[in-house]
Design a protein around this ligand. Structure first.
Ligand code: ATP
Ligand code: MG
Length: 381
């Protein structure tokens, strides 16, 4: 069997690796020049995009910002999973908000702005603690601005002055005073069967995910089932096939959906060693029509992103249950270079292992690691 992935980054690479034992061959499309490449070496393969589409059993995406003309071509083959509509929901915050509202999924109060002077109305309606997001092409906190008081409005307007809001509107959201960030990663197959992973707790720093812990500690059955209901509602509502990630804010016992990722997601990387079936394997299973695998967690685990740094001691592999996943990219500031998965028998042990990990990595690139380690060490078993 063969699967063609649009996008040739680390997610395509990890899908390729998950496909090997199943006999699923994964090819990737470098979307900047329409070439078909090997997902690990990134070397061009001797095959045209049209031939690759023709010879694949399923087409999928590793990121939502695939040029629309490529998505349309893929969709015509009737082998694209998830559907073009689902991918475009992930690529466009206006579509995303429309979907959330149409399905009555709770999310932050917001307004869509296509004309800069509408920002005043946003302040009257939503208050002056706002987060302003470009509706397209944002990721890892890029394409976002914050307003914390009305006095900053002229400065903000100036910063936004060069944007064409008619073609790319802004989504202006009320700043949510959340307790923590959670995500639910799950998978739906072609017959509508759904399996979800336990909620993960996500620690962000400067708009970027640094650490995920799964299962998230202190999740009541009620909270997990609220999250699952949201997932079902969204996945069924889009007739979704494949892995879908739902990022949420926990506020007391309530959940607000922040955003959707129509693909395998960074906050699901823990599943490579923390669950029976990784998100990458389950995504492939779903898109080619194989039975879905068990999504239960084996025990507590953590995923630590390696961001903007390549110099750390490989001796971190001495820590039992510690696995390195290196993406083979050239180092750049804020670039996700790899991740480390750590599994343990208890949260306390997981905290101790993260503390040990801190001795092998430069602390300036892992600003949340110590805090997370201390927190986990104090969780009652
Ligand atoms: P990524 O691709 O890494 O998920 P992103 O750039 O697509 O990020 P968001 O997930 O919307 O953007 O926002 C990044 C982070 O900013 C969130 O994880 C959260 O920490 C913070 N954030 C976003 N929206 C809000 C909000 N309405 N209130 C408070 N914080 C927010
Ligand atoms: Mg996000």
């Amino acid at each position: 069997m063969r699967v063609l992935v649009y996008g040739a980054g680390q997610l395509a690479q990890m899908m390729y690796l998950a496909g090997c034992p199943l006999g699923i061959e994964v090819h990737a499309v470098e979307v900047s020049n329409d070439t078909v490449v090997h997902p690990v070496s990134k070397r061009p393969l001797d095959i045209t995009l049209a031939q690759a589409i023709e010879s694949s059993d399923a087409l999928t995406v590793e990121f939502e910002h695939v040029p629309e003309r490529l998505l349309e071509e893929a969709s015509k083959s009737e082998k694209l999973y998830p559907s073009i509509d689902a991918v475009l929901v992930g690529a466009d915050r206006v579509r995303e908000k429309r979907l959330l509202d149409a399905l009555n999924v709770p999310n932050a109060a917001h307004k869509v702005v296509t004309y800069i002077d509408e920002l005043e109305d946003c302040i009257s309606a939503l208050g002056d603690k706002l987060i302003i997001k470009a509706s397209r092409d944002g990721y890892d906190g890029y394409g976002q601005w914050r307003l914390t008081s009305e006095e900053q409005l002229p400065e903000l307007k100036q910063a936004l002055g060069n944007l064409n809001l008619t073609t790319v509107p802004l989504v202006v959201e009320q700043m949510v005073n959340f307790d923590r960030e959670l995500s639910l990663v799950g998978v739906r197959d072609k017959s509508g069967d759904i399996k979800v992973y336990p909620l993960a707790e996500n620690l962000h720093h400067q708009g970027q995910l640094h650490v995920s812990v799964a299962p998230a500690p202190n999740v009541s059955d009620d909270l997990q089932s609220k999250a699952e209901d949201i997932f079902r509602n969204l996945a069924d509502g889009m007739n979704y096939v494949g892995v879908l990630a739902v990022e949420m804010f926990q506020c007391g016992n309530g959940l607000l959906v922040n955003e959707l990722a129509p693909r395998v997601h960074n906050s699901g990387h823990w599943s490579m060693s923390g669950s029976d079936t990784s998100q990458f394997e389950n995504h492939l299973r779903a898109v080619v029509g194989l039975p879905l695998g068990n999504t239960a967690a084996r025990g507590p685990s953590a995923m630590v992103n390696i961001i903007g740094c390549s110099s750390f001691s490989r001796d971190l592999l001495k820590i039992p249950g510690c696995h390195l996943h290196w993406y083979g990219k050239t180092v750049r500031e804020k670039r996700k270079m790899g991740h480390i998965n750590v599994t343990a028998a208890s949260y306390r042990e997981l905290g101790e292992k993260l503390e040990a990990l801190g001795q092998f990595v430069p602390s300036e690139f892992f600003p949340t690691l110590g805090r997370e380690a201390r927190k986990l060490k104090h969780i009652e078993p």
